[in-house]
Ligand binder design. Sequence first.
Ligand code: FES
Length: 145
Amino acid sequence: MYSEKVMDHFNNPRNVGEIENPSGVGTVGNAKCGDIMRIYLDIDGQGIIRDVKFKTFGCGAAVATSSMATELVKGKTVEEALLVTNKAVMEALDGLPPVKVHCSLLAEEAIHAALWDYAQKNGIVIEGLKKPVEDIGEMEEEEEY
Ligand code: FES
């Protein structure tokens, strides 16, 4: 039921850990399943994401999507990282079962939360970035899959 890529990223997650003194850190949870994800970003003076780490207390799909999401944003500019949506992450993983789609939203929102933190710390506005929610369980009802 899971693609090989999902299994690979679940069994060998990339970029697990934390960054000391990160440029931005974001934590997002889903009260419905109780899962939590935290993303740390190291962003240089040109706005390029030099390093990214994550910690996920969550299901296998959450681990795999966080791992893939970190791979997709590494080396990108802040603006490019905004384009890494949960759909992009799922495509890169060759899909997720429908009941696990919400897990990929956790990864997208945690990246947004970390970017938001970075923007706040630096007094900048990132075009197109909305204030992240802390509990994505609230937004799921509005999402159409
Ligand atoms: Fe909660 Fe997957 S079941 S993130």
